[in-house]
Ligand binder design. Structure first.
Ligand code: FAD
Length: 379
């Protein structure tokens, strides 16, 4: 009988999935900073922003009666004594620790009224209310989240401007060709897509009225959403000696640099990078749940091919792998112009990823092609 105590810090998708999948006779303690049980974030930028009925609870994730200690922050880690300090004064000893503290949005122009970010349920409620009162909306950042928020705001009838630093929205993730297609799909819906420019400053009387861009153009607006990336929640690990570099550094077994400390979800910096995808959170959680109490010889590596999806204007774009933005793109079925296609990314003749709209089965068949191309490191 194994009577270990496993402490999981972070009551989001990854933390919940680890807790759900752990099979042991010991104790599992989940510590979560938010005041709710774990909930799902994808609907926050899509259906929950656009639906007419006010939702009264977050989209809770199903769990088998898991009890999380909510509303409590971990504030420190002592890997020598195997203890986590909490901000309510409690010190929790652990046999195994799982770090699943996710990300928080990069914040700009915080002291202005009418400026929003989107990560939590509370952010979503505030943005919902703001969008219903706004006629004009400026979205700072044309990444996946910014594009989804722009599509939702447009669906609500707002005049929307996307402001993007790169030459195309989504270019950093999916390259210039797909970025250009995404830009056109937004323009076709009436969105003003301004690329290769940055926000210089906001103007207004405390409440935002105008965004001034580096190309000297301006955008009159009632509301700004900053979707300019997110930073890992790792401050509480300062001084712990744990290797940190844009997240918690871990290997393909999801082991961190400290004994008996594991990482899962958005905060985990894996050998192939730190991914901010729903499926990555569940894939890493599955590996951690399996490895935490397993003898070393029975531990499993993370082998799942990374995957994400994004929904905009009723179309679902799906991507497999971790293609580099400058990998070659070849359309193998359909066409970008008709908005229904399957394309491969490749580098030096090796397929590194695949992207599709409206072809989920064909995309899924690409998994085997990409599996061997996802970079990893040995034990
Ligand atoms: P989180 O869900 O952020 O959970 C981490 C938890 O840890 C948080 O509750 C946080 O409060 C808590 N925490 C932080 N610090 C501490 C501390 N010191 N002590 C205790 N608790 C702490 N992915 C897709 O693939 N497709 C999508 O369409 C998609 N849509 C999305 C839409 C939105 C609006 C957002 C924000 C994300 C979306 N994602 C999507 C990404 C996906 O939701 C994330 O990858 C996933 O939620 C990551 O889960 P996580 O548990 O690692 O982090």
């Amino acid at each position: 009988m194994n009577t270990s105590r496993v402490v999981i810090v972070g009551g989001g998708l990854a933390g919940l999935r680890v807790a759900d999948r752990l099979r042991h006779d010991g104790e599992t303690v989940v510590v979560g900073a938010e005041p709710h049980a774990p909930y799902d974030r994808p609907p926050l930028s899509k259906a929950l922003l656009t639906q007419e009925i006010e939702p009264d609870t977050p989209p809770f994730l199903p769990s088998a009666g898991l009890e999380a200690r909510t509303g409590v922050h971990a504030s420190g880690l002592d890997t020598g004594n195997q203890e986590v300090r909490l901000d309510d004064g409690t010190v929790l000893g652990y046999d195994h620790l799982v770090i699943a503290t996710g990300l928080r949005p990069r914040r700009l122009f915080d002291d202005w009224t009418g400026v929003h970010v989107l990560r939590t349920w509370e952010d979503c409620l505030a943005l919902r209310t703001g969008l219903r009162a706004a006629r004009r909306v400026a979205v700072v950042g044309g990444g996946v989240l910014g594009c989804e928020i722009a599509a939702s705001a447009r669906t609500l009838g707002c005049a929307v401007t996307i402001i993007e630093l790169l030459d195309q929205p989504l270019a950093a993730v999916l390259g210039a060709e797909i970025g250009s297609m995404v830009a056109e799909s937004h323009r076709a819906q009436g969105v003003d897509v301004r690329c290769a420019t940055r926000v210089e400053r906001l103007e207004g009387d405390g409440r935002v009225e105008r965004v001034v861009l580096s190309d000297r153009s301006t955008v009159d607006t009632d509301l700004v959403v900053v979707a300019a990336g997110a930073v890992p929640n790792t401050e509480w690990l300062a001084g712990s000696g744990l290797a940190l570099a844009d997240g918690v550094v871990c290997d393909e077994f999801c082991r961190t640099s400290a004994e008996n400390v594991w990482a899962a979800g958005d905060v985990a910096r894996l050998p192939h990078g730190r991914l901010e995808h729903w499926t990555s959170a569940t894939d890493t959680a599955t590996v951690v749940a399996r490895n935490v109490l397993a003898p070393p010889a029975e531990r499993v590596r993370l082998t799942a091919v990374p995957y994400f999806w994004t929904d905009q204007y009723g179309a679902r774009l799906q991507c497999l792998g971790v293609p580099a933005a400058d990998d070659d793109l070849t359309v193998v079925e359909g066409s970008l112009a008709e908005g229904r296609f399957l394309a491969h990314y490749s580098r030096a003749g090796v397929v590194t990823g695949a992207v599709a709209i409206g072809m989920p089965a064909a995309l899924a068949r690409c998994r085997r092609l990409i599996g061997s191309a996802v970079p990893s490191q040995g034990q």
